[in-house]
Design a protein around this ligand. Structure first.
Ligand SMILES: [Zn+2]
Length: 61
């Protein structure tokens, strides 16, 4: 099962939805090209046990 999470681009500050695969582990990071400005976002996804959801942060790679 994939989780949809909201990510804000650190370059253009647009928000959009990305998918996180829990089978990849409780803490993941990867590069995702922004759907709006196409610049590479360094995505950091961390499993939040209390919220039972992923918390994602986008950084400039
Ligand atoms: Zn962007």
């Amino acid at each position: 099962m994939l989780y949809d999470v909201s990510l804000t681009c650190p370059f253009c500050f647009e928000s959009f939805w990305i998918e996180v695969d829990p089978s990849g582990g409780p803490s993941q990071n990867w590069i995702y090209d922004c759907e709006v400005c196409c610049r590479p976002i360094e995505v950091q996804a961390t499993w939040d046990e209390d919220a039972e959801n992923y918390v994602v942060e986008g950084g400039r790679s």
